[in-house]
Design a protein around this ligand. Structure first.
Ligand code: ZN
Length: 84
């Protein structure tokens, strides 16, 4: 039972909205606190946070270099999927 709770998010759509706000730096302190606390218990949201922040780092670096990072993003995605 406990395992099932950790691998499934009951409110994933809302979590993803929140995650975007956090990564865009637009979330309030309480929203951030909520997500980080939630992330500890919710494996999909933890993974999503990991993935999204990795993608953002890659995008940022590559935008500076003016390159299209599609391959790199796919690479990160498949790596993270392997660990799920
Ligand atoms: Zn969640």
């Amino acid at each position: 039972m406990e395992n099932n709770e950790k691998t499934q998010c009951k409110d994933h759509a809302r979590c993803m909205e929140l995650l975007q706000l956090i990564l865009d730096g637009e979330a309030s302190e309480s929203e951030k606190e909520y997500y980080y606390a939630h992330m500890e218990k919710c494996m999909p949201c933890y993974k999503e946070h990991d993935l999204e922040s990795a993608i953002r780092r890659v995008l940022k670096t590559n935008i500076e270099k003016k390159e299209v990072p599609a391959d790199l993003i796919n690479c990160i995605k498949s790596k993270i999927k392997e660990t799920v």
